[in-house]
Structures are given as structure tokens and as C-alpha cells.
Design a protein around this ligand. Sequence first.
Ligand code: S3P
Length: 169
Amino acid sequence: MKNKNIVLIGFMGVGKSLVSKILGETLKKEVYSTDDWIERKEGLLIKDIFAQKGEELFRQMEQDAVSYVAGLKGVIIDCGGGIPINPLNMQHLKETGVIFYLEAKPQTILNNIQGQAHRPLLNTENPKAKIEELMARRHKFYQQADYTIDSDNRTGHDIAADILKILNK
Ligand code: S3P
């Protein structure tokens, strides 16, 4: 497993970025975020890409980001929440990595994202309903991960510890 990438997927607000950072520091590996990669390439924030170019183009950019990061070796990949809905993305990521799905309930996600305004899909009147709707659609894609990690009301360190335990087996 040494040269395989460690790939984190899951809904917005489950803690992928925090857990990636902890894993990166613990394992002394580089961390790549697909959202950061896109923002740097476009010179725009994700919310402005959605507003100016639309979601469809953003999904295309995600595919390019995955092609790039899945081509790396031995890194940690923090995937935007929508990456797994494109089967090509999951195929690429699986070829070179072990995929962990950080799973949390809509209420946990809602609590985690409260006060954050940078996620265009959740800037709605009723974010809880939106989370439930998207989660119902996405669950089957997330479940294609190699491992599912319970991320409900757990700290980033607890979640990272579970992942490290699996990697050390
Ligand atoms: C999205 C998740 C976001 C970001 C964009 C769309 C999604 O990333 O890519 O706002 O469709 O779930 P995070 O999961 O890192 O918040």
C-alpha cells in the first residue's frame, strides 16, 4: 500500500480537509485538494466559478483535477464532495489509491457547515433539505469507496486514527 494514494471522499462538511491535513502531517506526505487545484488553475474561488461558469463546467474541471492528482504517487487526496458522482473519477482514483468514505448524518453536516458561506450548493433557504436530497442521490456513489469511516460527531484525529489503523494492517 506504500505508494498508493490515500483518497478521502464524502459529503461537504464531513471533515475531509482537516483529516487530510492530519494524515499529511502524521505520514509526512503531500496533500492535494481538488478544490484548491481548480481554484489555483482558474484563479477564481469555487463559489465564483459556480456563479460565473456554472456547475457543469466546474464538474469538467473536477475531472481534469482528478486526472492530475490520480497520476501522482503516495499522496493524500482531499476530494470535493461531488467528485464520486462521475464514474470516471472513481475509476481513476481507484487505480492508484485506496479510497476512504467519511460518512456523516445530514444533521452533523449541517452543524459543521453552519456559518460557512463558501459552498454554493448549500447557499439555499433550507440547507438541511438540500443536504438530504443530495445525500440520497450520492450515497450509492460514496459507497464505492474501499472503506467507510464513521465521521459522526468524531474529531479529525479520531477519524484519522481509524484510517491509519486500516493502513497499518
Ligand atoms: C461540492 C463540494 C465542495 C466543492 C463544491 C461542490 C459538492 O467541496 O467542490 O462546492 O458538489 O459536494 P467540499 O466537499 O470540500 O466542501
